[in-house]
Design a protein around this ligand. Sequence first.
Ligand code: ARG
Length: 607
Amino acid sequence: MLEISARLEEALNRAFLKVLPKEDRSSKTSSILMGTNLVPASKPEFGDFQINCALSLAKELKQPPREIAQQIADQLQKDNDFFQICNPPIIAGPGFINLSINSKTLISEIHFRLNDKRLGVPLKKFSSEKIEEGKNNNRVIIDFSSPNIAKEMHVGHLRSTIIGDSLARILEFCGYEVLRLNHVGDWGTQFGMLITHLKEVVPEALHTKDVVEISDLVNFYRQAKKRFDEDQIFQNKSRKEVVNLQAGEQESLIAWQLLCKQSRKEFQKIYDRLDIKLTERGESFYNKFLVDVINDLKNKNLLINDQGAQCIFLDGVVGKDGKPQPIIIQKSDGGFNYATTDLAAIKYRLTPPPHGDGALRLIYVTDAGQASHFSGVFQIAKLANWIPTDCQIEHVPFGLVQGEDGKKLKTRSGETIRLVDLLDEAIQRAREDLKARLNTERRSENESFIDKVSTTVGIAAIKYADLSQNRVSNYQFSFDKMLSLQGNTAPYLLYALVRIAGISRNGGNLNVSSQNIQFNEPQEWALIRKLLQLDCIIAEVEKELLPNRLCGYLFELSQIFNRFYDQVPILKASEPARTSRLALCSITADTLKLGMSLLGIPTLERM
Ligand code: ARG
C-alpha cells in the first residue's frame, strides 16, 4: 500500500493544481494543500482512503464544500494513473471524498505477493556517499538487555531484551545493519565490595572457575553491599580494591574476569531460551575513553567544579528541592559515573571507523525510570557537538512489569521473581492447557510433540504479552491472559497459522502459481486489504519503534482470516474460487510467519 498511496498522493497533487493553480493560492490555501491530504479511511465501508481537505478549502474560498469536493473528484477521475488504481471517487457527507482501490489493482498486488519473499515490504536503499565519509549510513545501534554482572537479570531486563530484539529484527529486515549491543554493567564500585567480601568468605571463588553459582553471587553481593553501608573499614578496603582493579592489578583482574564469566554464563542461558543474539560490550570497554571525555568537555568549557566534583548543570534539570541539579561527570575522588560511561559510549558509537562505530541512529531500550538520565546525557553530547546533524539518538522507554494486583511482580512469598522461573512456569502452564485440550478433543500425541508445543507456546506467550502492549505503559503480567486462546494473544495468532497448515494437510496446495485468481466475497476483499497493509505497518514501526503496532496488525489479520475461514468455503469451493482462496491462505500464512519472526516469536504447524 505504500507505493499505491504515494501514487495517489501524486495524482491528488495534480488534481489540486488543476482546481487551484499555484498562482491563485493564498498562503492559507497552499498550506492546506501542502498537508497530508490522503488519509486511510476511518471505516472500511468508506473505502481505502479519504480526502478531507475540501471542507477547509471551501471555507477559505467561500464556496460550498461539496462543490469543491466534486471539482477535485472530477480532476482525479481524469487522471490516468488515478484511473488505473481506483474506482470513481465518491463524495460523502458535507464534502469528504472517499476512494477505494479497484479490484484489478488489488488482485495484481496479491499476485505480486505470491512470488515476493518480502511480501511487498521494500528494502531500504542507502546512498554510498555517506559510506565514503566513513559513516555507515545504514548502521543502527540498539543498546538493549544490558543486565548487571553479579546481579540477577530482572523482569525489567526481560522487557528490554524482548523489545530490543524485536526492534533489531525489524530494522534488520528493513535493510539496516544493526549492531545489537549488550551494555552490561561490568564495572564500578560493586566489584570492589564483592571482591573484598569474597576474599574473606570464599577466596577460592576469586581464582577458580565455577566455585559459586550466580544465585550465590547475588547473595554475596547483597551481603557485601550491607557491609559496605555499615562498616567504614570494609568501605575503605573496597575502595582500594576498585583502585587496584582500575590500575589493572593481576589478582583483581582475574577475580573480576571470573565474576563476569560466571554471570555471563547465566545470562546466556536466558538468551538461548529466548533466541536472542547480542554482542557484549560492557561498561568496562569504555574505560580507556573516559579521560578523553572529561578533557573534551573541559576544553569546551562545559564542566563546573562543584566541591571537587566535575559537573554539568543543564537547563531545566532540578532536584526535588527545586534547586539546579548537577550531572556529575567525575566524582571528587576521581571516580567516574554511569553517565560518564554513557557519554563515552555515545562518542564512540557516532565516531566513524576505525575509531568508532560510525552509526547513524542510536537506540537505547531501558525502563522509563532512566528517561532523565538519557535526556541529560543526550543534551550533554549535543552541547559537546558529538552528534552530527544527520544522526538520531533516541531513548526507547518502557513501563514497569506489574503483578495482576497492579503491584510490583513478586513471588507468593514476596521475593523478586527469577526470570528462569517465569519462563519455566509459562511453559508448565502451556503444557497443562495443552494436555487438557488434548483430553477434551480425544487426541493422543507423543511426549516430544507435547514438549515442543508447550515450550513454543510458553515462550511465545511471554514475548507476545510484552510486545503487544504499548511499551510506554506499565504492563500487568498474567499467565492466564497471555496463554488464552482468545483475544490478542500469541496462542490466538499461532492458532490461525495452525488452521492454515491444516488446510494444506487436507490437500489444499498452498503453492499457488495460477494466474487465474478471482474474488467475489466481502470476506475475501477484507482479507486482501488487510494483507496489503503490511508494508505501511513495518514503515511505521521503523519510525516510531513501537512493536505493538505490528502485534495489533497481526491480531486483526488473524481475526479477519478467521472470519474468512469460518464463513467462506475453501477446499470445497469450485475453481477458480478454490485456488484463489488458497492463494489468500498462503499469503496470510507467510504474513503471519514473517510478522511473528520479526517479533522474535517461533511458530508451529500443529498445536
Ligand atoms: N545496566 C543498566 C541497568 O541495568 C542498563 C544499561 C542501559 N544502557 C546504557 N547504555 N545505559 O539498568
